[in-house]
Design a protein around this ligand. Structure first.
Ligand code: ADP
Ligand code: MG
Length: 542
């Protein structure tokens, strides 16, 4: 037998109320989004001559009345006729937004599923809708519903075009009768929505009102990430950064993302200045969908190593009701992730090739991203190999890996044919060793940040033509292992004597005393710790 599943509305309503969103504050995002959609639809229709009338004063008002326990969302958008109310509001999961989009392709519409409106019932005993369509000769319509499947639908007198939704906030949701709370929610979700949004309180004494605040829109309706990069100046980008992070220092540079195939993605990623890795703050990237704030937990969408970046990403292909598990499995999210990695790598590559000096100046901050990226993402590793820089301690010059190999070819190849990268983790403390190595014409590079230890371990596995040696891991003569060393000038007996003498001074059993010939200008005694032993200790946290 085949058939159709039936839905019992009395039963589905309580489920929606409880489980539509775990975060109840989302209702406001949904209702304001609908008001935005209604306004944007009017703009679209007007631009093709299907709607007449005044579009100059398009705005959305959110009005709180504590005495009456109501919250109203008022727009001057397309409004609805009685038939439309019946179609869109009385039919659960029927989306007028989808319908509109299928007709007018390019419109920027937020709605999708035809459920958002019902989130109003999460916080309301009763919802009233007063609406009037933009169509000529339309009459006003009143709809109300108390959360049961019964509704009321009447014609009414209504002057202005558009929709007023009045929520009668229920006992459990009294938190939403607080002006600070509502303003806070609006600032969070609606900060960059494309129509000016105002918040005001009714029934408050005039002298208690902050008039100035109420007359200022909550949002910046025209954030720069939706504009064309060619129209924007350096100042625009820097000002927008300030808007996002008022306390932030000027960023190093930024990438304006602008993709429309095979998915839609816009946004701006800023590279912050980083002096010490402990200053790093994650969760600084905000995710938007058609300018509606979704979340600032961008894990999965942004590759792990780029979570250190700041900025915004906007993709209508990321659904508004994202949940952790959903994001992980979403194919668009994977593609977006890969795209961002590629864009960042390309940008770094381009900067490196075209403005190497300024790239080098920024290396202190950039190095951290690049190294982290090379360690965690093999695609990025390929590209990073070209612009990873090693800084020499002697002439302070920067070398790419290839350049370093070429520069040291004559003196730093070991018996396996690998290039030995001699590095220091502390140029001051290891100064004596560095001098000794430089005396042998070795180039000692600085790998002194917190991430470098792990970086070295990983790269040694990934770069098979390279061997890392810390400058103090052996006497300079032996840093580059060209052959078996037996350069002692002492007799066996003399060696044993010396070993005994120094062995006595070195109680640590992991250390051993060797007698080796040193060059004339070297210190008479040198303490070293073999590279492998030090790394074992580092790994064991000793
Ligand atoms: P969606 O936005 O996903 O389509 P909703 O449940 O949020 O679903 O809304 C259902 C429909 O009701 C919308 O698509 C729209 O046609 C209509 N609607 C809701 N709010 C308004 C409004 N403020 N003005 C005009 N139409 C609206
Ligand atoms: Mg909606």
């Amino acid at each position: 037998q085949k058939g159709q599943i039936r839905v019992q509305t009395e039963n589905i309503f309580p489920i929606i109320k409880k489980f539509l969103y775990s975060d109840h504050e989302i209702f406001l995002r949904e209702l304001v989004s609908n008001a935005i959609d209604a306004t944007q639809k009017l703009k679209t229709l007007s631009s093709i001559g299907e709607a007449k009338g005044d579009l100059n004063d398009l705005r959305i008002d959110v009005v709180l009345n504590v005495e009456e326990k109501t919250l109203s969302i008022i727009d001057k958008g397309v409004g609805m006729t009685a038939e439309e109310v019946d179609k869109y509001l009385n039919q659960l999961a029927f989306s007028g937004a989808e319908e509109f989009l299928s007709k007018y392709k390019d419109a920027n519409i937020i709605g999708h599923f035809g459920l958002g409106f019902y989130s109003a019932f999460m916080v309301s005993d009763k919802v009233e809708v007063f609406t009037k369509s933009f169509r000529e000769g339309a009459t006003g319509v009143y709809w109300s519903c108390d959360g049961s499947p019964e509704f009321e639908l009447n014609e009414i007198e209504k002057e202005e075009r558009g929709t007023r939704i009045v929520l009668h906030i229920n006992e459990d949701s009294a938190e939403f009768l607080d002006g600070y709370r509502i303003r806070g929610i609006l600032e969070k979700f609606c900060r960059f929505l494309p129509v000016p949004i105002f918040f005001s309180e009714e029934g408050v004494k005039e002298e208690e009102k902050d008039k100035e605040l109420e007359e200022k829109p909550i949002n910046n309706p025209n954030p720069i990430w939706v504009r064309k990069p060619s129209e924007l100046t350096t100042e625009d980008y820097q000002n927008f950064y300030k808007e996002l992070y008022p306390m932030g220092e000027t960023p190093l540079f930024w990438i304006h993302l602008n993709v429309d195939f095979p998915f839609n993605l816009t946004g701006i990623l800023y590279f912050p200045k980083i002096k010490q890795s402990y200053e790093i703050q994650k969760d600084k990237i905000q995710l938007y969908s058609n300018q509606v704030f979704v979340t600032d937990e961008v894990k999965d969408i942004v590759p792990e190593f780029l979570m250190l970046l700041h900025g915004v990403i906007d993709s209508p292909d990321i659904p508004l009701n994202v949940s952790r598990s959903y994001l992980q499995g979403d194919p668009n999210v994977k593609k977006i992730n890969a795209h961002i990695t590629k864009k960042v790598a390309d940008k770094l590559d381009e900067m490196f090739r075209n403005e190497r000096n300024s790239f080098e100046e920024k290396w202190d901050s950039l190095g951290l991203f690049v190294k982290y990226g090379m360690m965690t993402d093999d695609k990025f590793l390929d590209k990073g190999n070209k612009f990873l820089l090693l800084q020499d301690t002697a002439d302070k010059k920067f070398y790419t890996l290839e350049e370093y190999k070429t520069a040291v070819e004559a003196v730093q190849k070991n018996k396996d044919g690998k290039t030995v990268i001699i590095y220091t983790t502390d140029p001051v403390q290891q100064d004596g060793y560095i001098k000794a190595a430089q005396g042998k014409d070795y180039k000692v590079v600085k790998l002194e940040t917190l991430i470098d230890n792990a970086f070295i371990n990983q790269m040694e596995m990934k770069w098979d033509s390279v061997h890392f040696v810390r400058v103090d891991s052996d006497i300079a003569d032996n840093l580059v292992d060209v052959q078996e060393h037996s350069n002692s000038v002492l007799s066996g007996e003399e060696e044993e004597k010396l070993k005994g003498l120094f062995g006595f001074q070195v109680p640590d059993l992991t250390l051993k005393v060797e007698v080796k010939g040193l060059s004339a200008d070297s210190a008479p005694v040198i303490a070293t710790r073999p590279e492998f032993m030090r790394r074992m200790k580092d790994m064991a946290g000793m």
